[in-house]
Design a protein around this ligand. Structure first.
Ligand code: ADP
Length: 500
């Protein structure tokens, strides 16, 4: 495993292009209290920028700007085609700046540049482009009404909700911004976006590119800051009509509770503890590799990480041995070199993961690879594999959000279906099998918003994504997302017999 020197990019030059003020009403402005917070490079623990910190007053200012843009501005009133054109231009600007945005993402988040360049940023552009295409295809129904009191018909208008507050996490900073703002803007809403405090850089650049694309002032406001203060102010504001959130289940519950005060609808994409079931008829080498990707992708910092890996007893011993060998061969280090894994996003996350690893050791899971921090600079954690994990262990129940694979043994189909569902989460799941009856049985039995069959971590713009159970409310992506950013108005109209 390699170690980190200085990133192989011109850091100062790169970050000097990033706006470090708040984006409110089409302008970059200083926060009222003038406070700033340090944004760190997780690979070196060095400061990248001092970012403006939005507090309650700043959020209120941003919300008022969004309110004005929605109530009086052109955005919700212009045709869908015109909105779509601006969003498409926005997508093209992201594409044009893919290298710069990818480098910023890797500096800020720590993910290998290969993924930022080939996944995160191109997917961000695609998502904007996908919803640009929806902007002129949002419409309702015409409904005939039989009624004894006369002749009527009704039609429905799918109107934007108004001001949407979006609060996003740090694991896919640019892409999560796109998942929230693209459908909201396509439908004609105005947005106040709060990026995660760990990773605000690409969101600030996206805000700038949106202005360059011609988004009117106030339509997209970006307010970096902390959760309870800046995020909380969005949730509590009576001028915000809807909150869409991606993050932990713990914070999701707080948001839902606070949103209740103003009967605000909430879209919540929360945590997971996704079961991945490997049946006995698979090609073991391929299944090991795919299961490895299911868990270790993005350093395990995925809400759908295949973190409960159930392997059939007939192939268990071989599988476990190969899974451990694969983890040991993983290249970890400087995200700007040819590695598969960079640092975790911050010290808190690293410490939390190391705590889970300790609990796995103490509760008697069999440690086969990794098991500790890597080096003493940067937030690196060794790719870790536990076998013989039992359902009641902490590492099998709680979301670790790190590079820790937990392997559990099973013997029958009914048993594994029951155990897979025995968890409060229901976000992702995987089935690796050849027998189509086994595949159909499991895909129908598992209570989760997404099931991957003989693949994992596939995300298409047009396929809905969201959680069952305590993994959330609502769906991101696809046509399904539009329903969460529009509200239906029913108009009744009387039909009279025309006067001759
Ligand atoms: P994680 O545990 O993955 O960091 P969080 O759920 O804590 O995820 O954070 C996701 C987002 O929610 C971040 O933008 C964070 O600032 C924000 N957040 C955290 N606490 C609150 C809160 N009480 N109210 C609103 N937003 C919050």
């Amino acid at each position: 495993a390699s170690r980190v020197a200085e990133p192989a990019v011109a850091v100062d030059e790169l970050v000097s292009n990033v706006p470090t003020q708040l984006l409110i009403d089409g302008k970059f402005v200083d926060p009222v209290a003038g406070r700033r917070f340090d944004v760190l490079n997780p690979a070196t623990e060095q400061r990248l920028v001092q970012m403006a910190e939005a507090d309650k007053e700043d959020v209120e200012r941003a919300v008022r700007a969004a309110r004005k843009a929605f109530d009086e501005g052109p955005w919700p009133r212009m045709g869908g085609k015109a909105r779509g054109k601006i969003l498409q231009r926005f997508a093209e600007l992201v594409e044009k700046n893919v290298e710069e945005l990818a480098q910023l993402e890797s500096l800020d988040n720590g993910k290998p540049i290969f993924f930022s360049r080939n996944a995160d940023i191109p997917l961000t552009a695609n998502h904007l482009s996908y919803f640009a295409g929806w902007a002129d295809k949002i419409h309702g129904q015409t409904i005939p009404c039989d009624n004894t009191f006369g002749n009527f018909f009704a039609y429905t208008l799918h109107e934007p909700i108004g001001v949407v507050g979006s609060i996003i996490p740090w694991n896919f900073p640019a892409l999560m911004a796109a998942w929230k703002i693209a459908p909201a803007l396509a439908a004609g809403n105005c947005v106040v976006l709060k990026p995660a405090e760990q990773t605000p850089l690409t969101a600030m650049r996206l805000g700038q590119l949106a202005l360059e694309a011609g988004l009117p002032p106030g339509v997209l406001n970006v307010v970096p800051g902390f959760g309870p203060s800046a995020g909380g102010a969005i949730v509590r504001s009576p001028l915000v009509d809807k909150v869409s959130f991606t993050g932990s289940t713990e914070v999701g519950k707080i948001i839902m509770k606070e949103a209740a005060a103003t009967v605000k609808p909430v879209g919540l994409e929360l945590g997971g503890k996704s079961p991945l079931i490997v049946w006995k008829d698979v090609d073991v080498d391929k299944a090991v590799e795919d299961a490895h990707f299911a868990l270790f992708f993005n350093h395990g910092q995925c809400c759908v990480a295949g973190s409960r890996l159930f392997v059939h007893e007939a192939i268990y011993d071989e599988f476990v041995e190969k899974a451990a060998a694969r983890a040991k061969s993983k290249k970890v280090g400087d995200p700007f070199t040819d590695v598969e894994q960079g640092p975790q996003v911050d010290r808190d996350q690293m410490d939390k993961i190391l705590g889970y690893i300790e609990s796995g050791k103490q509760q008697g899971a069999k440690l086969l690879a990794g098991g500790s921090r890597m080096g003493d600079r940067g937030y690196f954690v060794q790719p870790t594999v536990f076998a013989d994990v039992q359902d009641d262990m902490k590492i099998a129940q709680e979301e670790i959000f790190g590079p820790v694979q937990s392997i559990l043994k099973f013997s029958s189909l009914e048993e594994v279906a029951q155990r897979a569902n025995n968890n409060p989460y229901g976000l992702g799941a995987g089935v690796f099998a050849r027998d189509v009856d086994v595949i159909n049985y499991l895909t129908r039995s598992i209570r989760a918003g997404t099931v991957w069959v003989n693949c994992y971590n596939v995300f298409d713009d047009s396929v809905p994504f969201g959680g069952y159970k305590q993994s959330g409310i609502g769906r991101d992506k696809g046509e399904a997302a539009l329903a969460h950013y529009t509200q239906v108005k029913s108009v009744y109209q009387k039909m009279e017999t025309p006067q001759p």
